[in-house]
Design a binder for this molecule. Sequence first.
Ligand code: URA
Length: 430
Amino acid sequence: MAEGHDAVEVIVTKRSKGALSDEQIDWVVDAYTRGVVADEQMSALAMAILLNGMDRREISRWTAAMIASGERMDFASLSRPTADKHSTGGVGDKITLPLAPLVAACGVAVPQLSGRGLGHTGGTLDKLESIPGWRADLSYDEMMSQLESVGAVICAAGSSLAPADKKLYALRDVTGTVEAIALIASSIMSKKIAEGTGALVLDVKVGSGAFMKDLDDARELAQTMADLGSEAGVTTVALLTDMSTPLGLTAGNALEVRESVEVLAGGGPEDVVELTLALAREMLTAAGHDDVDPADKLTDGSAMGVWRRMIAAQGGDVDADLPVAQETQVVVAPSSGVLTRLDALAVGMAAWRLGAGRARKEDPVQAGAGVVLHAKPGDSVRAGEPLMTLHSDDQERFPRAEQSLEDAFDIKAKPSSTDQPRDLILARIT
Ligand code: URA
């Protein structure tokens, strides 16, 4: 296809609810990566895709074009099978931290290429960067040698992996075009397929704190990603999991590292342990290695051993004190009863406003900022007792954080049967 004027033709095809041809997709993804298609043209196309969708053929081709925009990695030379996990992002979602060393302790290598947080969902790299000395940027050789020696690596995806997605994701983030199933599925799967993992387990979040607010949309996203993975020869399974309330009792970088270490020490909040074990079992089965019970590796110290080696291999001081915020403020329960709702998005927004997240890619994050919950849905609370503690280095951030928590919870003196906490794992998709 000739360069230049054709971007308009591609936009108009999708604006008119047409299907993009393979040639149009290959051209527009490549031309955008090279800077021939301008940001404003890709924004218009992304919005047309958000409004009018893409069919399965278009999504597969779009994913393949994004993979072809960069390099592919290959773990075939490793002595053990590989499995990776990807979460669509949620509040308090620190599962990667205990999961990667746990699965490695069971004999499957985990190459976890992660990102930084944007908006109210935290990023795995931001959390780990709260450990003094830890570094996210590894060369390909460092990553391969750590995978062989330690079995787990969590690091930043290099710029050569699906560069089309890097550019497009940043654009979608500022043009209101993130929440398109076709674009989310192709974005996630292009990176995972290019990364070269043998097996992939997807944690597709559903609820207020997730991109997908309802179960049907989440199911469609999960099925689309599972099909893309299988087509590319990656054994892919998805769990749909609840994100109407935060995971665990913490949202914020160092706070979440501390909670993850509790899980690795055989303790930690029930929901974090349940999801970590469920995802570990799926990863082990998908990698053909289901003869080990991961629960044993949390209690016998072997997952903790891998965590320590993994952090140390990337320069982290695993015994150093984690950063603590300079200021705290307690939010108390206004009445007595049962906490029947605690909204994930509101808590995520509060943590973000306290300094745990960033508004722009280049913003710094506060390592110690965030929210600690003292009760979860289903727990009894008493008027005047602490419900949450807010942490920040800046006192002036508290009022805005409190504002986002104003309608964040319900306390009922007499809860009804419909007020029961939701199941954590909602469905499994292959
Ligand atoms: N995570 C991604 O990597 N891409 C998306 O589009 C959404 C979440």
